[in-house]
Design a binder for this molecule. Structure first.
Ligand code: GUN
Ligand code: FE
Length: 448
């Protein structure tokens, strides 16, 4: 198929590329074959071929395309409690709301009600890739993976491993480390072998919930599993004061050091939050090539801190964004971009207006909307080593068609044509689901 019109993407964090009247050709496997700009000699002939093929989608002057959005941290089972009880401390929220809710996925019919609704909502918000925590249940975890596959979403799905009776309730945990490792291993096989998953659109993830919920035996066992299966790993890392201190007390080291020692810090690891990582933690993460899921909205509620994003970027850590549903109360990565920008500004300006300006906050902490947009697209794809996030030959076509002039929400009413940065600003700050006309993943239209 062929697509013609205005494309915007960010090859680097500091570089917005605008492709006007550009022609993109996508093959049957969803791979971008060619990208042709009007000033190239092949343009006229290719446009001719595209028109004759009958498979050309031509954008109007009120439409544009951006790469699909990448959500690096979603708790799928927490979808029914979006926005609930966020005033509580993390531990109370987990014990009184989250664990009782997650335990209900023992009932596969409950999972059948929730998971399709979540995946459809994420697609409608433009999330083409999602990295999910499921629950401890193998059957419901497989159902989540099968749901993503059926609805065409690129996904990374992890059965949650948690066995420590000190921190997990008896009604919701693995019975012991050995049983947990065996269940996680079966889940890896089940997801890889799902029917229709020949291209591995959906991938398994080894998922120790966080260090407090796992015994040392479990963490060591999962580390071995990661090495054996060349599999992605995800967990919560140094999220809150309580959690960070708990690990220091129990193991005498930071989350990052502990994860490294258990074999859980590698090129395929995604660490959620990581608010309290030290400079030497950052060094280790950078060396290991692991990535970070920055979850600004949930950090506002549970972390009592802001992730030191600029410091991490300066040390060449790979970072993307996560909604952290339902620690974050929004399914939208556009929303998450807005909070990433706002929280970086607050980190820089500090909170105490009585202090002289020069003594408030952290210097140079801010990011702008373009940098946030990079994190939500190419940055997230880079963390996953996923061939998406940019319009480039060889990458897969994961894309959103935006309707700038949708009657319920006009995005560019007052923006001058050709003022591309301003237009993208309107998109990042104001896009609503009604503006997301169509969504493609692997070249397949999966929404609209
Ligand atoms: N730490 C352990 N489990 C969770 C969870 O479900 N959400 C958040 N935000 N932090 C966690
Ligand atoms: Fe989380």
């Amino acid at each position: 198929s062929w697509h013609l019109g205005l494309f915007m993407h960010m090859p680097r964090m500091s570089r917005l590329e605008v492709l006007e009247n550009t022609l993109i050709q996508v093959d049957a496997l969803g791979s971008i074959v060619s990208l042709t700009r009007p000033d190239e000699p092949e343009y006229t002939e290719r446009l001719h071929t595209a028109r004759r093929s009958g498979a050309l989608t031509e954008m109007s002057s009120q439409q544009m395309m951006i790469p699909g959005l990448v959500d690096l941290h979603v708790h799928a089972p927490q979808w029914p409690q979006l926005g609930k009880a966020l005033h509580l401390p993390l531990q109370d929220w987990l014990n009184h709301y989250t664990f009782p809710l997650e335990a209900r996925y023992q009932d596969i019919d409950f999972a059948r009600q929730v998971y399709p609704s979540l995946v459809r909502a994420l697609l409608a918000n433009g999330t083409t890739t999602a990295m999910y925590f499921a629950t401890v249940h193998e059957e419901a975890t497989e159902l989540l993976a099968a749901t993503c596959l059926a609805l065409g979403q690129r996904a990374y799905v992890g059965r949650v491993a948690m066995d420590d009776p000190q921190q997990c309730p008896d009604y919701y945990r693995d019975s012991d480390a050995q049983a947990a490792v065996a269940a996680s291993e079966r889940s890896i096989h089940a997801i890889r072998q799902l029917s229709g998953n020949q291209n591995q659109l959906v991938k398994p993830v080894i998922t120790p919930r966080f260090i407090p919920s796992c015994t040392n035996d479990l963490l060591a066992g999962l580390g071995e599993l990661a090495a054996r299966h060349q599999c992605h790993v995800q967990t919560h890392c140094s999220e809150s004061d309580w959690e960070h201190d708990y690990v220091l007390n129990r193991l005498g080291k930071t989350d990052t050091q502990a994860l490294a020692d258990f074999g859980l810090l590698n090129r395929h690891t995604v660490l959620a939050h990581s608010n309290f990582i030290t400079d030497s933690d950052m060094g280790r993460i950078q060396e290991a090539g692991s990535g970070i899921a920055h979850c600004p909205l949930s950090n506002s509620y549970f972390a009592d801190s802001v992730f030191p994003l600029r410091r991490a970027l300066d040390k060449s850590l790979r970072v993307g964004l996560g909604t952290d549903i339902a620690g974050g109360h929004s399914a939208s990565l556009f929303n998450t971009c807005q909070h990433a920008v706002a929280s970086s500004r607050m980190l820089e300006s500090g909170v105490d207006a009585r202090l002289p300006a020069a003594e408030r906050g952290q210097a140079n902490a801010r990011i702008n909307f373009l940098e946030a947009f990079y994190l939500a697209t190419a940055g997230g794809a880079d963390v996953l080593d996923s061939p998406t996030g940019l319009f480039e030959p060889g990458r897969q076509f994961d894309a959103l068609l935006l309707d700038l002039d949708c009657p319920e929400n006009r995005l560019n009413e007052f923006t001058r044509a050709n003022d591309w940065e301003d237009l993208l600003g309107c998109v990042v700050y104001n896009t609503q689901p009604c503006n997301i006309g169509r969504v493609w993943i692997d070249g397949r239209c999966v929404h609209g």
